[in-house]
Design a protein around this ligand. Sequence first.
Ligand SMILES: O=C(O)c1ccccc1N[C@@H]1O[C@H](COP(=O)(O)O)[C@@H](O)[C@H]1O
Length: 202
Amino acid sequence: MALVRVKICGITRLEDALLAEELGAYALGFVLAPGSKRRVDPPSARRISQALGPFVVRVGVFRDQPPGEVLRWMEEARLQVAQLHGNEPPEWAEAIGRFFPVIKAFPLEGPARPEWAHYPASALLLDSPRPGSGEAYPRAWAEPLLASDARVILAGGLTPENVEEALALRPYALDLASGVEEAPGVKSEARLRALFGRLRGL
Ligand SMILES: O=C(O)c1ccccc1N[C@@H]1O[C@H](COP(=O)(O)O)[C@@H](O)[C@H]1O
């Protein structure tokens, strides 16, 4: 089986987290950004995080929250990687990056900009302009960044049915939220099984 790193985002329930871990998710995302339909509070994220095994990466998802708040909530929720999904200036990422690896998300309304590769983050995530909406973009828009040295995570409208097209671009990882859900924050066992079954078959 090819090595495919997959993050399942928008975890709010322990049973979903344990199933995703069992099926082979590399990372699980906990949305701590205000206003999200998938938001969990730090104590709930912590309860889930502490029930997981040691080899699955716990990611906190934030949007335009200052470094002090991000660091406090990362600590409180026992998370390991910070994903920044707003217009955070590079200095914020640097401040957070002293303590946790940072993933910086960029919304695509056209082709990715090669200069994004200079943003101080461990990986860059390309998403649709409305995160967590299930909307996709032409995958070719990712190519200018995929041609750089940056680690590129593809997100935005990925589903068990369309992952193959995204994987063909050889990204560092894939990130899915709504494509494996029954409702916002409630994962679908059937869709999670379909996703990992599909990936195993590639
Ligand atoms: O999912 C959310 O509600 C959310 C809120 C704020 C920032 C990021 C959010 N989710 C991110 O959206 C993409 C995937 O979305 P989808 O698969 O298209 O539904 C992923 O990067 C999540 O981390």
